[in-house]
Design a protein around this ligand. Structure first.
Ligand SMILES: C[S@@+](CC[C@H](N)C(=O)[O-])C[C@H]1O[C@@H](n2cnc3c(N)ncnc32)[C@H](O)[C@@H]1O
Ligand SMILES: [Zn+2]
Length: 419
């Protein structure tokens, strides 16, 4: 078994993350506490989380990852996975069992995870079969070693905490061209615009508070990855972007390819006018001419953030393939709490190329219109009848994505409410 013991852990590994799984201890049986064994079940797989960091709520993020990894295996015939921060190894287990990965390297800097990872992976395939290895290095070290050994991966999953982006460069060095990277941020303070210096350092984006900050979190992560990819002459294309309020967690699946992006420059600034609620994308060449079309003379009413990804959050055709596969596996409408059907459908709707970044909360529209909130379906159908595109948002239940300007949304809302 490969074992890469670091003499010291890098600054990006925080011992405080070594807290046991986040279940209130009073929910654990006494036997479990004494044995340090915590048995869980996910998609019919039984596994042990021991004292590792584990969240049930991340199951949907794992479902999406497994679907994507399986599509990769089906389309290319290959699937070598690096699960760089694997915790108890649940993702590695699922990549092996469900996506039928040829090989998985399950890494976690915390050596104390070793027993549970080995035991979980052994339940799928014996160590002797050589389909998996376990290592305990900081992610950058294991990535660098694989790069030097010229052992590249089809799928690299980095389930990191906070706004750690220090591994981006090594991920791009170690992923195969055409391969996939699944990266994470859990930094809701940065996406909410409360730590602009921090988001600037981590993702190169100065983020200020916006009404659609949870979408900004995804865009800041994609933008940060794009910037690092371009240093090496690569570009990334988002296949899906997933926000979950548990955490919060921002996850994006990106395909890595050589050269400049075929989709043009969707790496811009975002302007939001607090006076009128209008949002606009601002290109680099227009930076000197930023003003809101409403002509507001309210000082500081225009909030500008960026640069970040302003293109589509997902690829609709890819999501449709994921939905088909999920259907074949009986994962749609299966009565589980994580309603994958609804999520994938919302994401597909959001992928309409006519829809810009951001979303409008119904409450914001109603408050600007000075009327009660209209019913979601009524407003959406009225917006469509006025010739605009509109969809729900997978991020916020009470919001719409639309290319209908805020001033028009207000007018339509007043009409609905007969104001
Ligand atoms: C969010 S948890 C992983 C959860 C797991 N992927 C899952 O789906 O259940 C993050 C893990 O990363 C490990 N870790 C933290 N910093 C690391 C680093 N720099 N390199 C490698 N592992 C690290 C922690 O020990 C922790 O187990
Ligand atoms: Zn304005």
């Amino acid at each position: 078994m490969l074992s890469l013991f670091p003499k010291t852990l890098s600054s990006s590994f925080h011992p405080k993350t070594l807290i046991p799984n986040h279940k209130p201890s009073n929910l654990r049986s006494l036997t479990a506490i004494h044995s340090n064994s915590h048995h869980e079940t996910e998609r019919n797989f039984k596994f042990d989380t021991g004292n590792t960091f584990f969240r049930h709520e991340s199951a949907t993020g794992r479902d999406l990852a497994v679907l994507a990894a399986t599509l990769h295996k089906k389309s290319t015939g290959n699937l070598r996975v690096l699960d760089a921060m694997c915790g108890c190894g649940i993702r590695s287990l699922r990549y092996l069992a469900e996506a039928e990965a040829d090989f998985v390297l399950a890494n976690d800097a915390n050596e104390e995870c070793n027993g549970v990872i080995v035991s979980n992976l052994s339940s799928v395939s014996s160590a002797g079969e050589g389909r998996w290895k376990v290592s305990h290095a900081v992610a950058n070290r294991v990535l660098a070693e694989k790069y030097v050994e010229r052992e590249f991966f089809d799928f690299i999953d980095v389930d990191s905490f906070g706004s750690d982006s220090s591994f981006f460069r090594m991920v791009f060095d170690t992923v195969k061209i055409g391969g996939l990277i699944y990266v994470t941020s859990t930094d809701g303070f940065s996406s909410g615009g409360h730590r602009p210096d921090h988001s600037l350092a981590a993702y190169g984006a100065y983020i200020r508070p916006l009404p659609y900050s949870n979408e900004i979190g995804l865009r800041m992560l994609i933008g940060g990855a794009m910037r690092e990819a371009s240093v090496l002459g690569y570009h990334v294309s988002p296949l899906f972007s997933y926000y979950s309020y548990h955490g919060p967690v921002f996850r994006v699946l990106l395909r890595v390819n050589r050269g400049k992006p075929p989709h043009g420059i969707h790496y811009r600034f975002i302007g939001y006018c607090e006076s009128c609620g209008h949002s606009q994308a601002i290109s680099w060449v227009k930076l000197g001419q930023i003003k809101c079309p409403c002509g507001s003379d309210v000082p500081d009413s225009l909030i500008v953030c960026g640069p970040l990804w302003t293109g589509p959050l997902h690829c609709a055709s890819y999501l449709k393939e994921m939905r088909t596969l999920a259907g074949e596996w009986g994962w749609l409408g299966d009565g589980t709490k994580n309603d994958l059907d609804k999520l994938l459908n919302r994401m597909i709707d959001e992928s309409d190329p006519n829809l810009p970044f951001g979303y409008n909360q119904l409450d914001e529209i109603a408050s600007r219109a000075k009327v009660n909130s209209p019913r979601m379906v009524t407003l959406m159908s009225a917006i469509q009848q006025n010739g605009y595109s509109v969809s729900r948002s997978h991020i916020s239940n009470n919001a719409i994505k639309t290319n209908c300007p805020m001033s028009e949304c207000i007018r339509i809302t007043k009409e609905i409410q007969n104001a």
